[in-house]
Design a protein around this ligand. Structure first.
Ligand code: NAD
Length: 361
C-alpha cells in the first residue's frame, strides 16, 4: 500500500472543519467562514500550496499575535477614485476582500479605481480577488509583495532579494480569463512538497550561492529531518525569479508598487519575530464606463477562441487560456473531493484536536 497516497476529503467536510478550527482559535463565525472558504477555494483551483495546508501556520500566527482576528482595514487616504488602506495585520481573507469591495464600489462610481493595501495578513490566492472583481463586471490588475519574506534571487544574482511577489489580472469575459502566479520560478509551497518526497522541482528552480542551478530543496532549507518543519532561513540558496530578466523585472515592480508605494515595506531582512505581511496595489477598470463593454467582450471572447484554436505543440495537447486549468479542476474537485497529502491532512487533524475541534472519522 502506498502510504504517501493522497487522502480524498469532501469539499464541504473540509470547509466546515477549517471554519471550526478558526472559530475555536478566536475568530467570529463570519471571519472563520471567510478564511475557510478562501483556503478551500485555493485547493479547488489546484493551488494546494495556498490552500488548507496553511491552516496550522495561520493558527500559530494568530496565537503568536502575528495575524489578528476581528480587524477591518483603516482608510489612511481617500481620494475618491483612489485610496490607501492599512490592514493592521488583520486576516488577509478579511482585509483583502474589504479592499477589493472598496475598489469595486469606487470603480462603479468613477469608472476606474486604484486601491493600495498594506499590512495585510497573508492574503492567500490572489486570483480570488480578481474573481471578486470579475463578478462585478470589472477588469482588475493586482501587484502583490510579501514584506518580511525574502526567498527569491533576482536575475543575474545568487542572493535573496525578492519575496515570491504574486501578480494577477482578471478579465470579465465568458468564461473569465484569470492570470495569477508567483513571480518566483516555483512557489515556496512547491519546494516544501518536493522536500517531503512529492513532485520533484524543475532542474533550474533554485540557485546555490556559487551560482549552480539546483532542484534540491536543501538549497532553500539547509539540513532538515525526513519529517518535520522546514525553515527557509536555514538554507544558503534561493528560489530563482521566473522568466529570466523579464519575470525578475515584474517581481521588482511588485516589490516597488505593493511594498514601497503602499508603505507596507519591500521584501528585506526577515522581521525578527518572523512576521510577514502582504501589500497589494490593485487597479479596477469598468468597461461599461469606458463605453466599450459590448465591443470589448465580443473582441476578447473571439480572440480567446482564436488563441485556443492554435495547433498544439504535442499530439493530444491543447492551448488553454489563463484561468482554464483552475476552472476545470474546481469542477472536478467539487464533485470528487480534494486530494491532500497525508502529512497535510494529519497536520490539520492535529491542529483541530489541539483546539478541541471534532474531526471527521
Ligand atoms: P502557477 O505556476 O500554477 O501558474 C498559474 C497561472 O498559470 C494561472 O493563471 C493559470 O491559469 C495559468 N496556467 C497554468 N497552466 C496553464 C496552461 N497549461 N495554459 C495556460 N495557462 C496556464 O502558479 P504559482 O506561481 O505556483 O502560484 C500559485 C498561487 O500562489 C497563486 O494563486 C498565487 O496568487 C499564490 N501566491 C500567493 C502569495 C501571497 O503572498 N499571498 C505569494 C506567492 C504566490
Amino acid at each position: 500500500m502506498d502510504t504517501n497516497a493522497p487522502v480524498l476529503i469532501g469539499a464541504d467536510t473540509l470547509e466546515t472543519l477549517v471554519a471550526n478550527i478558526f472559530r475555536a482559535n478566536g475568530c467570529d463565525d463570519a471571519e472563520a467562514g471567510r478564511i475557510s472558504h478562501h483556503l478551500l477555494g485555493a485547493n479547488l483551483a489546484g493551488h494546494d500550496s495556498h490552500g488548507v495546508v496553511r491552516v496550522p501556520r495561520y493558527v500559530e500566527w494568530q496565537q503568536a499575535g502575528y495575524i489578528l482576528a476581528g480587524q477591518s482595514a483603516d482608510v489612511v487616504t481617500d481620494g475618491g477614485a483612489f485610496a490607501l488602506l492599512d490592514g493592521k495585520f488583520g486576516f488577509g481573507q478579511t482585509v483583502a476582500p474589504q479592499a477589493t469591495a472598496l475598489g469595486i464600489e469606487r470603480a462603479r462610481k468613477h469608472g476606474t479605481a486604484v486601491i493600495a493595501l498594506r499590512n495585510a495578513g497573508h492574503v492567500g490566492r490572489i486570483g480570488a480577488y480578481a474573481e471578486q472583481a470579475i463578478e462585478a463586471g470589472l477588469i482588475s490588475i493586482h501587484f502583490v509583495n510579501v514584506a518580511g519574506s525574502v526567498l527569491v534571487a533576482p536575475f543575474g544574482g545568487t542572493e535573496r532579494r525578492f519575496s515570491t511577489a504574486p501578480f494577477s489580472v482578471g478579465v470579465p469575459t465568458d468564461p473569465p480569463v484569470v492570470l495569477d502566479f508567483a513571480t518566483s520560478r516555483v512557489a515556496e509551497g512547491k519546494v516544501l512538497v518536493a522536500s517531503n518526497g512529492g513532485k520533484p522541482l524543475p532542474h533550474d528552480a533554485l540557485i546555490e550561492p556559487d551560482g549552480r542551478l539546483s532542484a534540491d530543496p536543501h538549497t532553500l532549507y539547509g539540513d532538515y529531518p525526513p519529517v518535520g518543519p522546514r525553515n527557509p532561513a536555514n538554507g544558503l540558496g534561493a528560489i530563482r525569479a521566473f522568466g529570466e530578466h523579464k519575470g525578475s523585472g515584474l517581481a521588482f515592480m511588485c516589490e516597488l508598487l505593493a511594498g514601497a508605494f503602499t508603505g507596507g515595506g519591500c521584501s528585506g531582512p526577515v522581521d525578527a519575530r518572523g512576521r510577514i505581511a502582504n501589500g497589494m496595489l490593485s487597479i479596477y477598470i469598468s468597461p461599461q464606463h469606458f463605453g466599450t463593454d459590448a465591443e470589448f467582450r465580443k473582441t476578447a471572447e473571439d480572440y480567446v477562441a482564436w488563441v485556443k484554436s492554435c495547433r498544439p505543440d504535442t499530439p493530444g495537447g491543447e492551448v488553454l487560456a489563463p484561468g482554464e486549468p483552475e476552472a476545470r479542476l474546481r469542477a472536478e474537485r467539487l464533485a470528487k473531493g480534494v486530494p491532500l497529502q497525508p502529512d497535510t491532512w494529519e497536520g490539520i487533524v492535529r491542529c483541530a484536536r489541539s483546539l478541541g475541534v471534532a474531526t471527521p472519522n
